[in-house]
Design a protein around this ligand. Structure first.
Ligand code: FES
Length: 576
């Protein structure tokens, strides 16, 4: 604002009276911006993941317009810029392969430009961690605005959830319980408005993480994408980011160890996605907070899942919003002594000041602790000779009777090998078997695809059986369910013991004891290792080679090794 004595980062571009200042301002003015917008006011970047190839984020132009209104009202200059957008449903081989690439785009776009603070417009699964990670490495004031979930799906009078019911319907078709024409009809009934998946999948989980970490305004997690209040939230975010720049409220002041601990507990309470484990580990690495896989187990173990949403429960995000959304959950956690109440948030208040009076309008959707969906809602971290560096399982999505299980391994060397064999009536498998999938981890796939929730063989589905123990180095969609052990580390392609499992080996899973063991002696495993050779890199050049050479394992968040840590926002002066 004119007369403002505070000097901002953007003054290095727009505040000069020399040739460089001329160049910086003059070309910007070709957009019809009046000269007084370059008078030293905060410049707010609006980092937009809009793309028509990312359907969950396709409404983001309108969202950005509402952010701009708020920025102008507070005396800032909003400047929108695009970054790589990651659409979960279209990108091959998997959107996760590109999360780190998008984060580099975000980091470098922020640092290289005259930006004092940034609004991160996030929605579909990977866009949230990519933008948070990239912004964290610059550490300017930043505020995330999620795009909001779709309205509830509806098929023949019943609620259906994005993702979750796709898995169910496709198994029903295989088992002969659903016709192909009904299956095709359901396709138009599932995703019927703008927004991201409306189950408690990864996108909804990450929108909750944004709010739980203090990086979003209260209400960010659940307001439906098409509800006018989502646009009000965007407007308010625009107003607030200008104040944050004036207060120098940087990301590192929000993303404290306590913020991460709050987020992990929230993930347990909401029955959140296993993908949040990977994304928060990576984000913590960028901002310099020490966080490990074991923190997830330690902090989540005593947190019951109280949000009754698919895939763990019955309801959808629209119901969650009407019930009170995340503020109601935070209040319940705070009253149970499971929240760091003093954790700061982007609106300048503590998380407890934002939520102490939050109402719960529907105790079916957000249940009281004594009527929890599952008693232990966190992420179970398993270890043993099959996963020396850890593996994860989501207890709230698993079958209680399979949480302790010993079975014979049926091994799929790759996902293609699985597809070749799974429908074969001669496949030697029954419901007590343990399905083992290899080479789907960060290096192996590459990109650690969401294929860990392997569909069951038709001959088992036909018996009415819907769950078996499955083990892999892959991830699983947050919308999926089952007794599925994921993120086995080290992965098979990196030479982990998973690579050495053979058909017929006996495997023991004991979730209560956090154990995952293969009943093969160390000597035999060593003999198998001597005969094993690593798979070749997927590509000999380009980004995929860079990724393959530098990706960290799942227990380190699958970031690229050279991206870990912050690099700040300083940039050497350039001259024309
Ligand atoms: Fe985008 Fe689910 S596909 S959030």
């Amino acid at each position: 604002m004119a007369g403002d004595k505070q000097k901002f980062r953007s003054s290095e571009w727009f505040g000069r009276t020399d040739r460089d200042g001329f160049v910086h301002r003059s070309w910007m003015k070709n957009q019809g911006l009046p000269g007084d917008l370059f008078d030293g006011r905060p410049v707010i970047g609006i980092c937009n993941t809009f793309s028509e190839l990312t359907p969950c984020n396709a409404h983001f132009r309108k969202l950005a317009d509402h952010v701009k209104r708020g920025v102008y009202e507070s005396g800032g200059l909003p400047l929108e810029f695009p970054v790589m957008s990651l659409g979960e449903t279209n990108l091959r081989p998997t959107a996760m392969l590109f999360r780190n690439l998008a984060s580099m785009d975000v980091e470098e776009s922020i640092r290289a430009n005259p930006i004092d603070g940034v609004i991160l417009l996030v929605g579909c699964d990977k866009t949230t961690p990519a933008l948070l990670m990239g912004a964290a490495s610059c550490d300017l004031p930043a505020l995330a605005v999620s795009g909001g979930p779709m309205l509830s799906g509806r098929f023949r009078g019943a609620a259906i959830g994005s993702g979750t019911d796709v898995w169910r319907f496709s198994e029903d078709v295989k088992a002969g319980r659903m016709s192909l024409s009904d299956f095709m009809e359901a396709e138009s009934c599932m995703n019927r408005s703008a927004g991201h998946c409306m189950t408690m999948g990864t996108a909804s989980t990450m929108a909750n993480m944004v709010e739980a970490l203090g990086m979003g305004l209260p209400g960010n997690a659940a307001i439906p994408a098409v509800d006018s209040r989502r646009y009000v939230l965007a407007h308010l975010a625009g107003r607030r980011i200008v104040e944050m720049v004036r207060e120098d409220l940087r990301m590192s002041k929000i993303l404290t160890p306590e913020a991460f601990e709050n987020a992990i507990r929230v993930n347990g309470a909401i029955g959140g996605s296993t993908n949040a484990v990977i994304h928060l580990l990576a984000l913590a690495g960028r901002i310099g907070v020490s966080l490990s896989l074991d923190d997830w187990d330690r902090l989540g173990r005593d947190v019951p899942t109280i949000v009754d949403l698919m895939p763990s429960g019955r309801f959808l995000m629209e119901d969650y919003y009407y019930a009170g959304g995340l503020p109601a959950v935070l209040r319940a956690l705070g009253e149970a002594g499971l929240l760091h109440r003093d954790a700061p948030t982007v609106n300048g208040k503590t998380i407890w000041q934002n939520t102490a009076d939050a109402p719960n309008y529907n105790t079916e959707v957000i249940r009281p602790f004594d009527k929890a969906l599952t008693k232990s809602g966190g992420i179970a971290v398993l270890r043993g000779n099959l996963a020396p560096d850890g593996a994860v399982l989501k207890p709230s999505a698993a079958s209680p009777d399979l949480m302790r299980h010993r079975g014979r391994a049926v091994v799929f060397e790759t996902i293609e090998h699985y597809y070749e064999r799974i429908d074969d009536p001669a496949l030697d498998i029954d419901e007590s078997s343990v399905m083992v999938l290899k080479n789907c981890g960060p290096k192996g796939y590459p990109g650690m695809a969401e294929v860990g929730n392997l569909g069951l063989p038709p001959k088992i589905l036909e018996k009415g059986i819907t769950d078996m123990v499955r083990i892999s180095d892959a991830r699983m969609s947050g919308t999926a369910y089952g007794t599925v052990v994921l993120h086995v580390t080290p992965e098979a392609a990196a030479g982990g013991p998973l690579a050495l499992v053979q058909e017929g080996d006996m495997i023991t899973l004991d979730v209560a004891e956090r154990r995952l063991e293969i009943e093969v002696s160390d000597e035999d495993l060593e003999a198998r290792r001597a005969a094993w050779s690593p798979p070749p890199p997927p590509m000999t050049g380009g980004y995929q080679k860079l990724y393959f050479d530098h990706v960290l394992q799942a227990d380190r968040g699958c970031d690229l090794d050279f991206l870990v840590g912050g690099r700040g926002a300083a940039v050497p002066r350039e001259s024309h």
